[in-house]
Ligand binder design. Structure first.
Ligand SMILES: NC(=O)c1ccc[n+]([C@@H]2O[C@H](COP(=O)([O-])OP(=O)(O)OC[C@H]3O[C@@H](n4cnc5c(N)ncnc54)[C@H](O)[C@@H]3O)[C@@H](O)[C@H]2O)c1
Length: 272
């Protein structure tokens, strides 16, 4: 159902690891909607080589960049704007990783070196990216920036560990840059708070299937799948959302506004 809503637009999409990645779906759809873009991921993630398949099917080029490395990011924006022929109209930050969550360190027993890595990879990288783009004049007038987040920034989900703190910081960085870039060049910056989604990052969380099932029951529309998230990101990249900025937007099938459901209540109600 492509409508060409990104026709003529240039972009950068980070975080496509494999065909389950949300960024992968965004890239496929952006291509179908007429955009040209650069794909980027951490050099270590490229060893698997999956991203080259996506580059081929979407006619895009790949520029490796560790999102915690300023020199890599500066190079990414310089090379991408040169190759695409101008500043970018859209940018997707789809990056997250917590060594503490991966290695099962609970919130009351964090390794603080890993905690710094969690914040650097999953949140500060968003600031670094926008600072590099801003200084390198790499964002076009009216461009749109989206970063992916999770509701654990607002509410406690115990197994999400220190990633919750990273997401709170990420969302705040979105507002901080949204104000400045909006004033500067009418650039929009939003975070999209996505349902639990079966991806490499998602399924790395302990008890993810429980998380997923609970959210599914709590959401009147059910959990939003990755390709629906891609649709929403594209709407935000398009010209139809020019005055939406500095928002944390829930793309979660209604989960964030639901208190309880009869099915969940039934599990706790004794027959009277
Ligand atoms: N899967 C979910 O349930 C869910 C829910 C809400 C939000 N999100 C968010 O969506 C985003 C994308 O995750 P996903 O679920 O598609 O999983 P994914 O594992 O496919 O993507 C995570 C990406 O981060 C990249 N990355 C890690 N360290 C990096 C670094 N130093 N530099 C550059 N890239 C790096 C990985 O290579 C990978 O491509 C993340 O921010 C995640 O927190 C996911």
């Amino acid at each position: 159902m492509a409508n060409g809503i990104l026709k003529g637009k240039r972009g950068i999409i980070t975080g496509a690891l494999n065909d389950m990645s949300i960024a992968w779906k965004v890239a496929e759809l952006a291509h179908a909607e007429g955009a040209t873009f650069v794909l980027s991921n951490a050099p270590v993630a490229m060893r698997m080589g999956e991203i080259n398949k996506l580059a081929e099917t979407t006619g895009s080029m790949v520029i490796p960049a560790d999102a915690t490395n300023d020199a890599d990011l500066e190079k990414l924006f310089a090379e991408a704007t040169a190759k695409l022929g101008g500043p970018v109209d859209f940018l997707l930050h789809s990056i997250g990783m917590s060594p503490n969550v991966r290695k099962g360190r609970k919130y009351d027993d964090l390794n603080y070196e890993w905690y710094k890595q969690t914040l650097d990879v999953s949140a500060m990288s968003f600031h670094r990216m926008l600072q590099a783009a801003h200084k390198g004049n790499a964002l076009a007038e009216g461009a749109s920036v989206v970063a992916l987040t999770y509701i654990a920034a607002q509410r406690v989900f115990p197994d999400y560990g220190d990633m919750a703190d990273a997401k709170a910081l990420l969302e705040s960085i979105g507002r901080g840059w949204g104000y400045r870039l909006g004033k500067d060049k009418k650039v929009r910056v939003n975070t999209v708070s996505q349902s639990p989604t079966m991806t490499t990052a998602g399924s790395g969380i302990k008890g993810f299937d429980g998380f997923f099932g609970f959210a599914q029951e709590m959401s009147p529309l059910g959990n939003a799948p990755a390709d629906a998230c891609a649709n929403f990101c594209l709407a935000l990249f398009s010209d139809y959302t020019r005055y939406v900025t500095m928002q944390n937007l829930y793309h979660d099938g209604g989960f964030s506004s639901t208190g309880v459901t009869p099915d969940i209540m039934a599990k706790f109600t004794s027959g009277q």
